[in-house]
Design a protein. Structure first.
Length: 341
């Protein structure tokens, strides 16, 4: 995804993990890196091992100093995916503080996103990997790759039939104080509520046209912005809330992608303040060696839990599986995905 390298407070990690990628493209000549592929949330390098917490997908207990007992949730079974190991039974998920709609389609596992939806041949070859979900840019005037020749109802149906889950990404109007230079021409204009409602309705229409049923999660991509500017933050929030309402009113699940240090931090402050019409699921970008769904420092451990978080933890990496090579962003998912009819 398209996140400016925004250096911010991050969880230190004990040791760097090898990227394990290849240098050559496989199916076709190497395309130039897209903005989605070359920009990302960057975490600081490793610090002293004796002081760095271990990154984990498992939520850590709340400190006793916070004045409230740690919750005692039971283990939540992972979604079964043929050929992919499930979550260890010892992993515990936080108690839910907000419930997803009953028809939400939850996936837990590894996902990747790339600017153009990969061909069906690539998806078949990538069954050799441990990825089982892929992000697809299905709409929005801010997309860097608006031409998506592979993204059709037939493509989604076939992908679903061979075991792939889809994370629909809508790159609409961007914050007035968006940082990325290539997004300055798609900033929110006019009444942010009217604009957000219109683009939310557009997202629903485009999703339905592709065969994504009610209960599908649709993720609004809001690139990094300076949320410390009060007027800008208010305009952005009004747009996001209106987009969420339009998506929710149509029976879909509103999600939100942004930098952990900007959009996610902003919405977490609004959640703590009791603001309504916030996204049902969040997708935060913080690049670091390993994913950490429940240790993100800007989020309360019990916020958007237990099945409403995605961590984009690496970007612009090249991997080859089954003879096909892609440049991707890596994600760990415990959140709703599309429901394909």
């Amino acid at each position: 995804m398209m996140i400016r390298r925004w250096v911010a407070l991050a969880v230190a990690v004990a040791s760097a993990a090898s990227a394990g990628v290849t240098a050559a493209y496989g199916d076709s000549a190497a395309p130039p890196p897209s903005p989605e592929q070359v920009l990302g949330e960057v975490a600081p390098g490793p610090s002293e091992a004796d002081s760095a917490p271990e990154p984990s997908l498992r939520p850590r207990p709340l400190p006793a100093s916070e004045g409230r007992p740690a919750p005692q949730p039971g283990a939540v079974p992972a979604q079964s995916v043929p050929g992919v190991p499930g979550f260890p039974p010892s992993w515990q998920f936080p108690q839910a503080r907000q419930e997803l709609p009953a028809d939400a389609n939850v996936f837990r596992g590894k996902a990747f996103d790339t600017c153009h939806a990969p061909s069906m041949g690539v998806l078949r070859n990538w069954r050799a990997s441990d990825y089982r979900a892929v992000g697809v840019y299905f709409g929005g005037r801010g997309r860097a790759c608006p031409n998506q020749p592979n993204l059709t109802p037939e493509y989604l149906t076939e992908g679903d039939s061979i075991g792939w889950n889809f994370l629909p990404i809508y790159v609409g109007s961007q914050s007035p104080c968006v940082i990325a230079s290539n997004k300055q021409n798609v900033r929110i204009t006019g009444d942010p509520v009217e604009r957000g409602a219109a683009e939310g309705a557009d997202a629903v229409d485009r999703a339905a046209a592709l065969g994504m049923e009610r209960g599908s999660a649709l993720y609004l991509d809001m690139e990094a912005y300076d949320h410390r500017k009060a007027d800008c933050a208010a305009t952005t929030l009004a747009f996001v809330r209106a987009w969420n309402r339009a998506v929710t009113d149509s029976g879909y699940v509103p999600g939100f992608y942004s930098s952990a240090s900007s959009g996610i931090s902003h919405l977490e402050s609004e959640r703590r303040a009791g603001t309504s019409d916030l996204p049902a699921a969040i997708w935060f970008a913080r690049w670091q060696p390993q994913p950490d769904l429940w240790g993100e420092p800007v989020l309360d451990r019990e916020a958007w839990a237990p099945d409403a978080r995605i961590h984009q933890y690496a970007g612009n990496v090249t991997e080859t599986h089954g003879g096909s090579t892609l440049t991707i962003d890596r994600n760990q998912v415990s959140a709703p995905v599309a429901r394909i009819g």
